[in-house]
Design a protein around this ligand. Sequence first.
Ligand code: 3PG
Ligand code: MG
Length: 412
Amino acid sequence: MKEYNTIDDFDVCNKTILLRVDFNLPLDKKTLKILDTTRIKLVLPTIKELKEKNAKIVILAHQGRRGSWDFTSMENHAKALEELIGEKVQFVDDIFGEKAKHAIQNLENGNILFLNNVRKFSGETEKKSAEDHAKSELVQNLYPLADIFINDAFAAAHRAQCSLIGFTEVLPCCAGRLMEKELTTLEKVIKNPVKPSVFLFGGAKFSDLIVTIEHILSNKTADKVILTGLPANAFLKAKNYNLGKVNESSLLKEGKPEQFKEIKNVLDTFLEHIYLPIDFAISENGKRKELTLNDLPSDHNLFDIGEKTIEKFREILTTAKTVFLSGPCGVFENPLFQKGTKKIFNFISESDAFSIVGGGHTVAAVEQLHLREKISHISTGGGSLEKFMMGEKLVVVEALKNAKNKKIMNCA
Ligand code: 3PG
Ligand code: MG
């Protein structure tokens, strides 16, 4: 028995459903074209099920943040959804005004309506409780037109925002299929992984990762942690390796000098559990060249892991029964430096271990390598996944649980 309702708890036929999804997608900075639709693809089972069950579906979503270049309308998202689902998706350039309300009232069973970016409503991101968000214009205008609120936005489950929690106070509500799958799988893998478990972190950020690594090694969620990319460089620096000026300055652009002391403490406690690269690839005269730890410092950026490291990490991964993967092993966008990511990701996808991948860039790399079908679970979460790994409560999930306990008039 789940602590929150699921779609199985309701008869959705003929009902108007407010469906909150997370379609916050990577866009091209110049053209604003959508670059990766994984988050849409992973919500399709929910939308298809609701459609087959003859519900009227109203989609609420956000893109970007106010003031940021990727803060756009959802019109392209609606088109992308229409293409992926192969059914008509109506878009209205409105959230809770007359246009939106009129469109909702005119829906027929099985219709899909996509409303505009909920963050265009300034109250969306105000820091408030679910109870106070429920009093907002957004909730007050929309909820009388709907029967059920379904939250399938796992990637935004750490945000206490209006359209994510406000409706749980006034409508019967439940988790969508993606939310349910993410929570069930992560519960299993993060809280009780089949051992040995290996967590591999790469990518271009290390500052927030230090506490995560310490947490998962302390509570034995992870038996081994493998590092590549910037996190690896940060840990090498903390071990007193001189990486060279360019590499050290990229570290300081992302993190703070005092963090190397924190890393040193983590290394002192968990030295045998943390695995770092022993060789690297750099670009010299436009060609890939590999160098070892002994060749450091280097005047060149360390853009990928080298052959010896790939072999070393492959051996560690062979023993794993659970593998968690977040962050590419190098600068994956550049074909010269795809080798580490390609080899490691391919190896993980071929192994029998339960594999889980998280983080936008990592999911995009998996997609580009055509490995999506071979990974056991792709998590749509970024910040929400990090919070989950830290054992913190997700405010959206808590709201769904509270709503189940309160039993708001069930229309099933
Ligand atoms: C995400 O992409 O991480 C979520 O959609 C949340 O977006 P935010 O970090 O802008 O709140
Ligand atoms: Mg984010």
